[in-house]
Design a protein around this ligand. Structure first.
Ligand code: PLP
Length: 416
């Protein structure tokens, strides 16, 4: 297999890479490990580790309950304001709270209350939790017959134009399995023309592709902070509600942090003004704190530069696949058009789970496996090197050729 030319090209790209110095901001304990799973869990940001330690030792340990008036109370809003800058929103439109799944439930219910009739459109490429949440919300609201689950962009357009009335379109902006990137502006426009609201899940796009919620006229969005935003395992998610809708929409979960005066301890719920009404309960301060450094480092690098490098790296992966993996029967699941893909490249292959295990256990590469037959290589421009993309393809070629699949049992681990 001749990946030598590609390797030389990668070396040159690394040499000229204006983002290369950002790798030093992250904890890298094993230089030979090729980590291609930042789309599932971003690396630890060194500043985030310091901030988390400070939150434990000084803030909790010394300030004790006074910590609430020394930064904890506003932290979810402050970090939300920083995330807003990465997704083209304004301060006051984004807040950190709960998990992506719970935020999706809150915002989907809010939208469906505002649009009491019409189709609720999504697609099978959406993240399973999102589909479950929608199924549950529709059941809860007695609107199961309104749920329309289609497959692919073309069918979404058919659905948008074919149904009598649209209440909500909700999709993952970048599809978790294939890496397909939707044209969010176009679909938002279409949904608005049909009278519906749009709710985008940005879990795989926040921090990896430029997002312009304001310019695109997006109504609602949710997303993860532990993937491309490097917030840490289980870090709370964010939610966005366009300022235009904040007065009109209601949070279905009325908790005290969404109340207008939580520490007034009144007995009747009255929503807070603005985005705060979409909060629910006490924020998880310790897992919230390190998100800030993860977001700061992306703001400093700039999304345009991040996207440019991401496209160049996914392009290397695709060209590497052409030479080193396609001849072995591995199929490409990700669009070749860079405008239509996010920051990961997916391959489908026989014995994908076993090959993924071999890569992790024998070849020092961490990609991930997604059932039934997909391996994803996620690239994260602030700490992935071009050379690593080419080496990963090389190692996957070797794993397949060495018959590694026969050394592993089929899927058994809880988390892949
Ligand atoms: C990762 C991901 C989630 C995760 O949701 P949690 O509630 O944080 O577990 C949701 N949606 C999409 C599209 C994702 O990629």
């Amino acid at each position: 297999m001749d990946l030598d030319k590609l390797r030389l090209e990668a070396q040159e790209l690394d040499r000229l890479d204006p983002l290369s110095h950002f790798r030093a901001r992250f904890k890298v304990s094993d230089e030979s490990l090729i980590y291609l799973d930042g789309n599932s869990l971003g690396r630890l940001v060194l500043q985030g580790a310091l901030d988390a330690a400070r939150a434990v030792e000084a803030e909790w340990g010394e300030s004790l309950v006074r910590g609430w008036n020394e930064g904890w109370y506003e932290r979810a809003t402050v970090i939300g304001g920083k995330i807003a800058r990465l997704i083209g929103a304004e301060e006051g439109e984004v807040v950190v709270s709960d998990s992506t799944s719970v935020n999706l439930f809150k915002l989907a219910c809010a939208a469906l209350k505002a649009k009491p009739s019409g189709a609720i459109i999504t697609d099978t490429a959406n993240f399973p939790s999102d589909l479950y949440i929608l199924q549950g919300a529709c059941k809860w609201l007695g609107r199961e017959s309104d749920l329309v689950v289609v497959s692919g962009e073309e069918q979404i357009h058919y659905a948008l134009q074919g149904v009598e009335d649209v209440a909500l379109l909700t999709l993952s902006h970048v599809c978790f399995k294939s890496g397909f990137l939707y044209d969010a502006k176009d679909l938002t426009d279409w949904t608005h023309q049909r009278g519906g609201l749009c709710l985008w899940d940005l879990s795989h796009s926040a921090g990896s592709v430029p997002v312009e919620l304001g310019k695109w006229g997006v109504d609602l969005a949710v997303g993860c902070t532990y993937k491309y935003l490097n917030g840490g395992p289980g870090a709370p998610a964010f939610l966005y509600v366009s300022r235009k809708l904040q007065d009109r929409l209601e949070n279905p979960i009325c908790g005290w942090f969404g109340q207008h005066d939580p520490f007034g301890f009144g007995t009747t719920y009255r929503p807070a003004p603005g985005i705060a009404k979409f909060l629910v309960g006490t924020p998880p301060v310790l897992s919230l704190t390190p998100i800030e450094a993860g977001v700061d480092v992306l703001i400093e690098a700039g999304l345009a530069a991040v996207r440019q490098k991401s496209i160049a790296m996914t392009d290397l992966l695709i060209r590497g696949w052409e030479t080193g993996l396609k001849p072995l029967g591995v199929e490409l699941e990700t669009p070749r058009d860079p405008a239509r893909r996010g920051s990961h490249v997916s391959f489908s292959l026989k014995d994908a789970y076993q090959i993924d295990q071999a890569l992790i256990n024998e070849f020092n590469v961490i990609p991930d496996f997604r059932a039934p037959d997909v391996i994803r290589f996620g690239v994260t421009p602030l700490y992935t090197r071009y050379g690593e993309a080419v080496d990963a393809v090389q190692r996957m070629n070797e794993a397949i050729q060495s018959g590694a699949a026969s050394r592993y049992r089929p899927r058994g681990q809880a988390v892949t």
